[in-house]
Ligand binder design. Structure first.
Ligand SMILES: *Cc1c(COP(=O)(O)O)cnc(C)c1O
Length: 434
C-alpha cells in the first residue's frame, strides 16, 4: 500500500454499524463496544491491521461479559480460596439468583398484597437447617454478624473475651478492632495460651454485656494450653456469643476440630455467628442463630439495616440451604481415587507427570487438616500464561513446579482445563517456526 492508510480510516460510528457489534451493544453496553472499536482503530492506524479487518478485530476484542471480573478455574487445591471468591455457588443457587434478579417478592406478600418480612424463606430454611436454633438472621458477612451481635448485647457495656482469642482472622481483620467499634469495653481475660473458667468468672459482673468465644480458625496453639468451652461459659449467667467462623452447621467427620453451629447451641451458647461462604458453601453472608429474644433485638437494631443482605444473596443462600450438595462439599469430600483417574487423563493429554498433592480447606479454616489428592505437575514458567489466557487457570507453585490440583475443578471443566494448558504450551516444538 502506497497511500497513507490513516487517511482512509472509517469513523467509529461506521464501524459500530456492523451487525455483530450492534448486537453486542445490546448485550454489553455502548461504552464497552466503543472501547473495542477504538482499540481496533488504533491498531489499524499504526498499520498493524488492514482497514477491512477493523470490525472483526473489534468483535474479537469484546469481553464475554459487561464486567471485568473473570471466571477462573481454581486448580490450587484450596477449597475456600478467599482471593478467588471463596465458595463457588451450586447450580441451584445460581438459578435462584438469576430468578431473583428481576422484581421479586423478597419483602412482599403475594397473597394479600401487603409488605412482608424480608427474606422469610431464608429464615425458615436456616431454622430448618439448625432445628436447635430458636431464631436466625442473615447479614452481609461473618464480621457483620459478630459486629451486630456484640453491638446489640454489649455496646456501652463490657465484652469479656480470652486473650487467646484476640486474633487476626485474615487480611487485617482483627477481632480487637472489631470489638472496639461496637462501643463495648473489652475485658480481656487469661493469657495467650491458657484461660480458665475462674478468669472469666472474676471478670463477669453487672457491667458485662456478653462473653464472646472466638474459634481461632486459622492457626493452632499446641503444648501447654487450655481454653474454656461453651458449656462452661454458659454457666456464668451472662449471654454467650460463640463465633464459629467456618459455617459448619452440623458436625463433619472430615473436620473433627471444627466447631459447628448446632453443637455450640447445644452446649449452651445463646448466640452463634458464622460465615455463609465458607464450609456452608453459599454466598457471602454472616449467619446468626440463637435465642429468639436476642436475635430479635439484633434484627431490630439500626445497624441491622446497614448490614442487611440484598435479594440476590438471600435467594442464593436459601437455595444453598435447601438445594443439592454444594460444590464446596463435593471438593472437600472428593474421592482421591477419582481425582487420580482425572489427573492421569489430563497428564496423558499433556505429556506430564501426576504427583501427590495436599489440598487445604482454606478460607482461614481447619489449618491442620490436609486433604490428600493428586495434581498434574507442569513447568512453573507456565503459571503466568495460564493465569492470563482466555480461560484463566490458577494453579499452585510448589518445589519449582506448577501443580494443577483437580480437587476444586468441576469434572465438567476437565476438557476446558486441558485446552487452556495446551494453548499456554503453544504449538509442539516440531511445528514451531524457528
Ligand atoms: C472467617 C471468620 C470470620 C469473618 O467472617 P467473614 O465472612 O470473612 O466476614 C469471623 N470469625 C471467624 C472465627 C472466622 O473464621
Amino acid at each position: 500500500m502506497s497511500a497513507d492508510p490513516r487517511r482512509s480510516l472509517p469513523r467509529t460510528d461506521v464501524i459500530l454499524g456492523d451487525a455483530r457489534l450492534r448486537a453486542a451493544t445490546g448485550r454489553l453496553g455502548t461504552a464497552v463496544v466503543k472501547n473495542a472499536v477504538v482499540t481496533a482503530l488504533a491498531e489499524a492506524r499504526s498499520g498493524a491491521l488492514p482497514i477491512d479487518g477493523i470490525a472483526d478485530r473489534a468483535h474479537d476484542l469484546l469481553p464475554a461479559l459487561a464486567t471485568e471480573m473473570r471466571a477462573v478455574i481454581n486448580a490450587t487445591g484450596v477449597v475456600l480460596h478467599t482471593n478467588l471468591g471463596r465458595a463457588p455457588l451450586s447450580a441451584a443457587a445460581v438459578e435462584a439468583m438469576v430468578a431473583a434478579a428481576g422484581y421479586v417478592d423478597v419483602e412482599f406478600d403475594l397473597a394479600d398484597g401487603s409488605r412482608a418480612r424480608r427474606g422469610r424463606g431464608v429464615l425458615s430454611a436456616l431454622r430448618a437447617a439448625v432445628p436447635g436454633a430458636e431464631q436466625a438472621l442473615a447479614v452481609n458477612n461473618g464480621a457483620a454478624a459478630l459486629l451486630l451481635a456484640v453491638t446489640t448485647l454489649a455496646s456501652g457495656r463490657e465484652v469479656v473475651i480470652s486473650r487467646g482469642e484476640m486474633v487476626e482472622i485474615g487480611d487485617n481483620f482483627r477481632l480487637p478492632d472489631l470489638m472496639t467499634v461496637t462501643g463495648a469495653v473489652i475485658r480481656e481475660v487469661g493469657t495467650t495460651n491458657r484461660t480458665s473458667l475462674s478468669d472469666y468468672a472474676r471478670a463477669v459482673g453487672p457491667e458485662t454485656g456478653c462473653v464472646v468465644k472466638i474459634h481461632p480458625s486459622n492457626f493452632l496453639i499446641t503444648g501447654f494450653t487450655s481454653s474454656v468451652g461453651v458449656a462452661e461459659l454458659a454457666t456464668l449467667g451472662v449471654p454467650v456469643i460463640a463465633d464459629v467462623g467456618s459455617g459448619l452447621l452440623l458436625p463433619d467427620q472430615l473436620l473433627p476440630d471444627e466447631p459447628d453451629v448446632a453443637g455450640s447451641l447445644g452446649a449452651g451458647a445463646d448466640v452463634v455467628t458464622c460465615s455463609g461462604d465458607k464450609l456452608l458453601g453459599g454466598p457471602q453472608t454472616g449467619l446468626i442463630f440463637g435465642r429468639a429474644d436476642l436475635v430479635e433485638r439484633m434484627r431490630a437494631h439500626p445497624l441491622a439495616r446497614a448490614l442487611r443482605c440484598d435479594k440476590l444473596t438471600l435467594a442464593a443462600l436459601e437455595a444453598t440451604l435447601r438445594g443439592p450438595r454444594t460444590p464446596t462439599s463435593e471438593s472437600l469430600h472428593a474421592d482421591p481415587q477419582r481425582l487420580r483417574q482425572r489427573c492421569d487423563l489430563l497428564a496423558a493429554a499433556l505429556g506430564a507427570q501426576v504427583v501427590p498433592s495436599q489440598g487445604t480447606v482454606g478460607g482461614g479454616g481447619a489449618p491442620g487438616v490436609p486433604l490428600p489428592g493428586w495434581a498434574v505437575a507442569l513447568d512453573s514458567a507456565l503459571a503466568a500464561a495460564l493465569r492470563t489466557g482466555p480461560t484463566p487457570v490458577v494453579g499452585r507453585v510448589s518445589g519449582g513446579h506448577l501443580l494443577l490440583d483437580l480437587r476444586c475443578v468441576p469434572p465438567a471443566d476437565d476438557e476446558r482445563l486441558r485446552d487452556a494448558v495446551l494453548l499456554a504450551l503453544g504449538p509442539p516444538a516440531a511445528q514451531r517456526i524457528p
